[in-house]
Design a protein around this ligand. Structure first.
Ligand code: PMP
Length: 390
């Protein structure tokens, strides 16, 4: 048997997508002009398939600070923080994140994926029990697998199902680790955190919330869903990424003072290179923007409303609530692929999501808006969908 034989079905399927023009799973965006505009081939496009929620990828200060760090501190750290040392800017950013969240401890990781891997796999080792939402991001699943804990999945956003499973755990519920996300990246829906916190109060356990898509987006200060719902004190660890609202790359965890021990016990923290000085510098600039410019969040939500309502009016089936992530449900895989290509031909780039990446076996076009989209750009997206409506 050849090394890649077991992938032949997948390769065949992907080949099919490839031969009929653009490949949705390997799209090359040939040029990026701004947070909202780019070019694919000869087609100028509105970017409506990113996680750049606050539109900060071209923020002048983030670019200037990144450039200055590049010139002053070099292109990369070339090593891990434990073996090779942290830079002052890693520690400064950790202090700034801790202050932003009003928590004693913040740890910076190389990506959001690594943050989840590092924190969850270390806490959820053999003998531990983890309860995760069935629609959890791959990094949460992978972290659980790496840790070796007993994994219990509860139905997506179903607090009653979580409670039933906590009841079944008996005494073990007191030490169970519950993991949910803020905004879910495919449907744009949010975890029922108030109900989950109530379950935690009654049964015990610990609560970790991955605010990857809700940090910078929700809450009066942009701290995420837990802030928006007033339950931050009940969340033991908040996890996040720099690759979405913070428009760079890296990840973080904030929690109690005791969380600092993860630096000495977590392999995904210890055995990988730390984020480059330029990434960290850009993140620090963007974190300031989140703290000081709530109007970015306001514009983001105004854009989310405009897109969601516009598409709903044409008659599309959308996600369950208005959110910066607006999924449009499409019939078959083939319909999805054709629709996705037709949208590019009309100058609109979104993400094609097929099952199992899309929950519940649906094919969807994941649209996302950001604070930098103009009304005209949002209307162009709506118009393209209107013209393609069967
Ligand atoms: N958690 C969630 C919920 C995510 O959606 C993602 C990325 N899409 C990550 C973690 C990983 O973040 P990163 O891209 O920084 O590795």
């Amino acid at each position: 048997m050849g090394l890649y034989d077991k992938f032949s079905r997948l390769a065949g399927e992907r080949e099919q997508f490839q031969t009929s023009g653009l490949n949705p799973f390997g799209t090359c965006i040939d040029e990026i002009y701004s947070a909202t505009e780019g070019r694919i081939g000869d087609q100028k496009i509105v970017l409506a398939g990113t996680n750049n929620y606050l539109g900060l990828t071209f923020d002048a200060q983030a670019i200037a600070d990144g450039q200055a760090a590049l010139a002053l501190q070099g292109t990369g750290t070339t090593g891990s923080r434990m073996a090779n040392g942290s830079y002052g800017s890693h520690l400064a950013l950790e202090q700034e994140l801790a202050t932003f969240f009003n928590r004693p401890c913040a740890i910076v990781f190389s990506t959001g994926y690594t943050a989840n891997l590092a924190v969850i796999s270390t806490l959820a080792g053999p003998g531990a029990v983890v309860l995760i939402d069935a629609d959890s991001h791959a990094s949460i699943y992978d972290a659980c697998a790496l840790g070796g804990a007993e994994i219990i999945r509860f139905r997506h956003n179903d607090a009653n199902d979580l409670e039933r499973r906590m009841v079944r755990l008996g005494e073990r519920a007191k030490e169970a680790i519950i993991i949910v996300e803020g905004i879910y990246s495919m449907l744009g829906d949010v975890a029922p955190l108030v109900e989950i916190v109530d379950i935690k109060r009654r049964f015990g356990g610990y609560l970790l919330v991955d605010e990857a898509h809700s940090f910078g987006v929700m809450g009066e200060n942009g701290r995420g869903l837990a802030e928006e719902l007033g339950v931050e004190e009940e969340v033991d660890i908040i996890l996040g990424t720099f690759s979405k609202s913070l428009a760079s790359i890296g990840g973080f965890a904030v929690g109690s003072k005791a969380m600092d021990v993860l630096r000495y016990s977590s392999r995904p923290y210890i055995f990988t290179a730390s984020p480059s000085p330029s990434s960290i510098a850009s993140v620090r600039a963007s974190l300031q923007k989140i703290a000081q410019q709530p109007e970015l969040r306001k514009k983001l939500w105004s854009n989310a409303n405009r897109l969601y309502n516009g598409l709903a009016q044409i008659g599309y089936e959308l996600g369950p609530r208005i959110s910066p992530v607006v999924p449009v449900m499409i019939g078959s895989k083939e319909d999805g692929l054709n629709f996705w290509r037709d949208l590019i031909a009309k100058g609109v780039y979104v993400n094609l999501v097929l099952p199992p990446a899309a929950p519940s076996g649906v094919t969807l076009l994941r649209c996302s808006v950001n604070a930098a989209h103009s009304d005209e750009e949002i209307d162009k997206i709506i118009q393209a969908f209107a013209e393609l409506k069967k």
